[in-house]
Ligand binder design. Sequence first.
Ligand code: FES
Length: 143
Amino acid sequence: MPMYSEKVMDHFMNPRNVGEIKDADGIGEVGNPVCGDMMTFYIKVKDNRLEDVKFQTFGCGAAVAVSSITSEMAKGKTLEEAVKITPSLVAQELEGLPKNKYHCSNLGAQALQKAIGDYAQKKGIKIEGLEEKGEEHEEGEEG
Ligand code: FES
């Protein structure tokens, strides 16, 4: 059996929404303590919705696939909906990740949440369901 699902390979080979949003409304940067990889998410918000989401990553193939799918999942969602995107949902959407790659799935959701947190802080608003900054998800956490 191949190590990665077709969906992971697809998003790794053709990642969606790569890049930087110059005038982003929120930016979230996280590093993975397990491997030292980095990821940055940029969001553009309009009428409480994520109008645009982009990312840059210095990470492994799984991290690229994770950020790509996270950006797709987040686009068009309201802020309240987007903060509900968890690492395990991301892994599910990718049709699974190898167990030793679970930690990679943390990066996407965490960076997105941080970007939303950054936006909320700048605007002085509270977003229901938004986690405290910097909170870690356990490796292999269940959804
Ligand atoms: Fe670092 Fe995957 S090995 S994010």
